[in-house]
Structures are given as C-alpha cells and as structure tokens.
Design a protein around this ligand. Structure first.
Ligand SMILES: [Fe+2]
Ligand SMILES: [Fe+2]
Length: 264
C-alpha cells in the first residue's frame, strides 16, 4: 500500500500548493491514502473547521497535528466530530479528540498515531513518548502503523525510531518545517525521516514573516508572528508498505519549490 505524507501545511499558501499538486503526485506514485500534518493549516496556527474541511475536500484522507493542535481555539465538538483528525497522543487525557486512529482502505486496516517529542518543546507538557507508544502497542492489532513524531530535536526522533524499529511501519518527523534528506528504512523495516518538512510559504522563515523572526531572534524581545505571503513550497514523502507484514519497502522524498524540485 502506498501512502503520501505531507509535511506541516502552513496557511492558505500551503493549502494552495496541495490543491495545485496533489492529483499529479497521486497519479505519479499510485497513492492509496494521503496524510497531512495540519497543525499550521489555519493561517499558521492550528486547524479550523474550514481548513480541515478544505484539506479533506482536496483529497487528504487523514490529518495529524502537533504542539499547535488547538492554537486557534476550536470547540471541543470539532475534535470529537472530525473523524479524520489525530491530535498528539501523549498529552493530558482531558484533551478532546483522539491521538491514534484506525482507517481502512480496500479491506486493509491501518493505524495512524501522532506523538509529541519532549526536547525543546515545553507546550502541553507531553508524557514520555516511548512509554506511551509501548503501552499503545500492547493494544494494537494492525500490521501497518504510521507514526507522526512531532518534535524539534533530530536526536530524539532518531532514538525513538530506532527503539521502535520493526514494531511500527514508519516514524516520520514533523515540526521543524525543514526537510531532511536522511530518509531510510531501518534494519527491521521501519521507514524513517527526521523531518518531512513544510508545505507553505517559501520565502519566509519556517513559514513566518522574515522581519518578525529576525527581530525576535536578534533581540530576544517579544514579537508577533504572522505568516509570510508569496511563493509556495510542498514537502512530502511517499511510503510503500507491505500490507501483509507492515514493513516499509521504500520511503522517497518529494520537494517542490520555485528554485529546486525533486520527486516530481
Ligand atoms: Fe508546524
Ligand atoms: Fe509544531
């Protein structure tokens, strides 16, 4: 089975990049199921009912989140009713929504889980991601299990992936908004990439307006962040996973930008 996983979708520019490219990518790679990280879909912060619906209408089949899972203050009802939405699993149990979901395609059941890293991420006070996934795996029956590991530090992501090599189909890093080229299959069949990257404004700094990020980084003073406008980029990976064993067969990067593209 072939999955497309799209890195953090930022604002209407990211949504437009999906609109412009998704059908072409699906055709080229015979994609069966599309996952996107949507934590920045609503103007860079969180996901709203409208942005959720627009991604689903464009052909995204499941949407993972991250530290911005509720940054635009949607109602609890949204998280209960949005059956294709997966928020981080390892946050306080009183949060609404689900951190892991089972989907079906052609009589194949598979699981998608969103997990938050703890290194350099202090929002949401995440529980130990290793312990939380260990516990989840005692209850899972699906062969195919894709993890969106939303974290800042590559070392934490790698430690997590190597620890669960052979126990899940893929550990795909998100959150940094910069695609890494370390995509590989670990020895026991788990596909890995430190970060899938970002689908949104190409000319900003990880999606935000340059001037504001430079001011905050240079001075340490508070600054309001707004999303950059203008040209777009799309970052994703294509996963091929053996239905019978749940082992990954390949992981390929897609990178589309005004200056350089590959995988398309
Ligand atoms: Fe993000
Ligand atoms: Fe994030």
């Amino acid at each position: 089975m072939r999955f497309l996983f799209i890195g953090d979708v930022v604002s209407k520019i990211g949504r437009q990049m999906i609109f412009d490219n998704l059908e072409k990518i699906k055709d080229k790679y015979n994609i069966d199921f599309v996952i996107a990280n949507g934590e920045n879909a609503a103007h860079g912060r969180g996901i709203s009912v409208n942005t959720y619906n627009s991604l689903i209408n464009m052909g995204v089949d499941a949407i993972t989140l991250g530290n911005h899972f509720n940054s635009c203050n949607q109602s609890n009802n949204f998280y209960v009713n949005a059956t294709k939405l997966i928020r981080p699993l390892n946050i306080h149990p009183s949060a609404t929504g689900l951190g892991t979901r089972v989907f079906d395609f052609n009589n194949i059941s598979f699981r998608i889980t969103n997990i938050l890293g703890r290194v350099f991420i202090n929002a949401l006070n995440p529980q130990n991601p290793f312990d939380v996934l260990d516990e989840l795996l005692t209850k899972c029956e699906e062969k195919i299990h894709i993890i969106d590991f939303h974290g800042e530090a590559t070392g934490e992501k790698m430690a997590f992936a190597w620890n669960f090599d052979g126990k899940v189909s893929a550990v795909l890093g998100t959150h940094t908004h910069v695609q890494t080229m370390d995509n590989r299959i670990l020895p026991n069949g788990t596909a890995y990439i430190s970060d899938v990257g970002m689908t949104g404004p190409y000319d900003g700094i990880i999606g935000a307006k340059k001037e504001e990020i430079i001011f905050k980084t240079r001075t340490g003073l508070p600054a309001k962040f707004d999303v950059e406008m203008g040209r777009g980029q799309l970052n994703a990976v294509v996963l091929e996973i053996d239905d019978k064993t749940g082992k990954a067969l390949s992981i390929k990067r897609i990178y589309i930008s005004p200056d350089y593209s590959e995988g398309i």
